[in-house]
Write a protein that binds this ligand. Sequence first.
Ligand code: MN
Length: 361
Amino acid sequence: MTAGEPAAAGSARASSTSTVEDALAVLPAPRTESPAGFEREWRWLLAAIGRTASIDLVCHISPDGDALGSALAAGIALRGLGHEVRVSFGDDPQVIPESLSFLPGQELIVPASAVPDAPELVICFDVASEGRLGLLHAKAFAAKALMVIDHHASNPGFGRHTIIDPSAPATAVLVDELLRRLRVPLDQAIATCLYTGIATDTGSFKYAATTPATHELAGRLLATGIRHDLISRQLWDTSSFGFLKVLAAALDRAVYEPQAVGGRGLVWTWVPYQDLVLFGVTIEEIEGLIDILRRPAEAEVALVLKQEPDGTLRGSCRSKGAVDVAAACAALGGGGHVYAAGFSLREPVPAAVARFRSALG
Ligand code: MN
């Protein structure tokens, strides 16, 4: 599905990222211009690429459309320039979400174990923190040269060389810049990857980070003849039948509490692990459930609790802006952004909801 919540510091949620996080990462300064600056870093990167035969491209663990699309677009381009290219991410096993199974260039993907122990050049894409390198952390830092290309405002700037542009609505936008500097023309394979990255991180061009420049790039990508209609259907409008059944049960279980959150209203539901087993759905596939639960105009805050196999409840919440859910989640050991946050609790559902309610104040 489409979105989860921002990494929740200090909890099991720390490995998660989302389109919503990416959208929020660029607030409050939406991109209005083409990529600015970073000249020295771009020149360093082009020189490093120029002298390196074998290049490792790394995206974050549990990759989303922007992470994988960015790495694969760069991989296809660098392969075309004659480099030996590996694309990898630090999960074992590596799982490519079904919604991204159409991405071209996947023959470049190798397990983390196949990345050299001391790579010549590692370029990281959409990796907001060291932790999201997963199993590739040591190898990335053992690289002779390491470049971090990202757009998360929260990125602390790990690695000696960084191009971190929080005004970019997606890392894929920065990859477009890389390709222009490498003088690699857009083809349909590259455009499919970049379009997937941009569509993912802008919520299909809906989020505030979307600018005229975003649409201009989308226009150039569509001009290659890609089937953006099929990409969008795959990204946004495709699920298993099992997902519908899990969704139906979760919506049937939803509770509206008008008095909660100081009278602003709370809508919440939960998904028992047995539902996921019964309908053959993974916990990742229901990340987008919160986007449905947050729709009611009556409620300021929405909460979904997803039960993991060991009983831990993974909470995803959203506010419409009047309430800081990040603070509430931080009080529960999680974290995130004002509008979108998460936490993990090992408690029964009523106790977890009660703690969340009182954390909201
Ligand atoms: Mn991103």
